[in-house]
Design a protein around this ligand. Structure first.
Ligand SMILES: [Zn+2]
Ligand SMILES: [Zn+2]
Ligand SMILES: [Zn+2]
Length: 146
């Protein structure tokens, strides 16, 4: 079995482990998520799923994404004002987006360690490192500014 196959089987095992039903649609969605190289909106995921299984409806995809989130299989993040994007939970990282050019940078979640500790100690608050992107101005755009 290739890496993609074994990653899909791992997801299927997690679904079964939670005593949820494993359907063709869920298996297909798992495969699309494992194959994805970047961040995909629910619409993009639906498009990929339908290439493999044309009968799966967008509402089914949305429902499965919700279920996968509850099971900790995927996470979503908001890169800008647009739709949420999804990826497999084990590739969690922080996101920086540039307000000038729209570029997105993935950064190791460890960059938030100090902030996370401070927020926990000061406010008893648990930081979610990946849910919302940090916005600002990237190095390239800053170098263009006077
Ligand atoms: Zn959200
Ligand atoms: Zn990401
Ligand atoms: Zn920029």
């Amino acid at each position: 079995m290739d890496d993609i196959g074994s990653d899909v089987e791992e997801i299927v095992a997690a679904i079964r482990g939670a005593t949820h039903r494993v359907t063709v649609a869920k298996r297909t969605l798992a495969e699309v998520l494992v194959r994805a190289t970047g961040h995909q909106t629910a619409d993009e995921i639906t498009h990929e799923v339908q290439k493999l299984q044309p009968d799966v409806s967008p509402s089914t995809v949305y429902r499965i994404l919700e279920e996968f989130e509850e099971l900790g299989i995927v996470v979503h993040t908001h890169l800008d004002q647009h739709a949420a994007v999804y990826h497999i939970a084990r590739t969690v990282h922080g996101h920086l987006t540039c307000e000038q050019c729209g570029a997105m940078f993935e950064i190791p979640a460890s960059h938030f360690d100090v902030l996370a500790r401070d927020l926990r100690e000061s406010f008893g608050f648990a930081l979610n490192r990946h849910h919302v992107a940090i916005t600002g101005t990237c190095a390239d755009c800053r170098s263009l500014q006077p």
